[in-house]
Design a protein around this ligand. Sequence first.
Ligand code: ADP
Ligand code: MG
Length: 412
Amino acid sequence: HNAVVTAILASGAYVNSGLRIAELADATHELLRSFLPAEASVQNPVDMIASANEKDYRRALETVLDDDGVDLALVINVTPLLSDPRDILTEVAEVARDGGLDKPVLAVMMATEEFYEEVSRQERLPPVYGFPESAARAMALLCRYAAWRRRPVDEAPPVFEVDDDTVREILDGYEGKTGDGSAKDDDGGVYLSPDDAFRVLGAYDIPCVGGRVAGDREEALELARELGFPVVAKAVSSTLVHKSDVGAVRVELGDEEELAAALDDMEAAVRAAGHDNEGFLLQEMAQGGHEVIFGISTDPRFGPLLMFGLGGKYVEVFKDVRFGVTPLHRQEAEDMVRGIRGVKLLEGVRGEPPADVDILVEVLLRLAQLAQRHSRIRELDINPFLAAADRRQAKALDVRIQVGRPVDRPAE
Ligand code: ADP
Ligand code: MG
């Protein structure tokens, strides 16, 4: 038996699961001692030795589960020659049922194929595994699930004072419009203009870089003087999704001459890529920080899914993102932000000051509220959002919003 228990102890599933071998109370030791043979070990893992029958299994399991220090039990039977595993499992199942769901019981029975076929058809049995490793993995997952159930959720998700009327008005403006009919959005999703997309964020007090769309070159030059050099210029086209892929984003343009040349280049590049040029987005040049991504994706059946991760060009490279669903609690938003593998980057490497994580958590919570209240928003991507040490420097540099039909969902 010890070989089996050792296998469980040695398996990686046990080590990384947060499981601990319970230390049994003295009273439990005594009780076990009272009915088990002298050669049995009453220390955990309890070893009843090969002579144990189904009644011994029942009593031992009852005794162990009664111990306050025990949260779950694993019954292992490896001697099918001496006792019928069916009888043992029947007793174990009864004890497990008496305990309800408070203390899960799992079993490892080293038995024949027919036995497993038989138990798989039977209801109300504890889960039975053929190998200790599988049982250990299941126990680890049970513990993770238990921890998730225990997470603090008494505190309701925060509710922010926002300008929902403005959002509604903007989205109304796209009512009845249909998208470009690309294969993916077969029910006519349509993208908001950059100005409208940034206005939606503004209505939810999500910080954005200064700027707006200019209709032509003259207006772009004028706007740049207003914003102050250096500026960033991006070509606008409703069919163009990844602007920098076609050379439609130019940063750090130092003066009018550079800007004018960049506008020419971009216009030609966009046309060469097969898109219509519909103007230029002029923005202030943001400095420093780390690029992160926020996303909303709304499934007609499941509702909004929120995403956070490392952004900019790293999204595709590292795919380091975390997901959450609404209603999103503060703790969950925090776990999303701090749960990415690259969180060390945000915390600051080599003496860099750490990014303000609170603002990232808040943006995520505000987006959750936006997604919940405006189900017409089918997809939203802020990429990049600049995470910075100084919260005044934290802002969205690029946002894309796709709207579709509103989704019927029960109020949350
Ligand atoms: P797209 O995602 O369509 O390629 P973006 O607007 O995200 O275009 O710009 C691409 C990259 O350019 C960003 O990841 C960022 O590094 C940089 N960038 C964009 N806007 C600004 C800005 N206002 N200030 C500084 N850098 C910017
Ligand atoms: Mg982008």
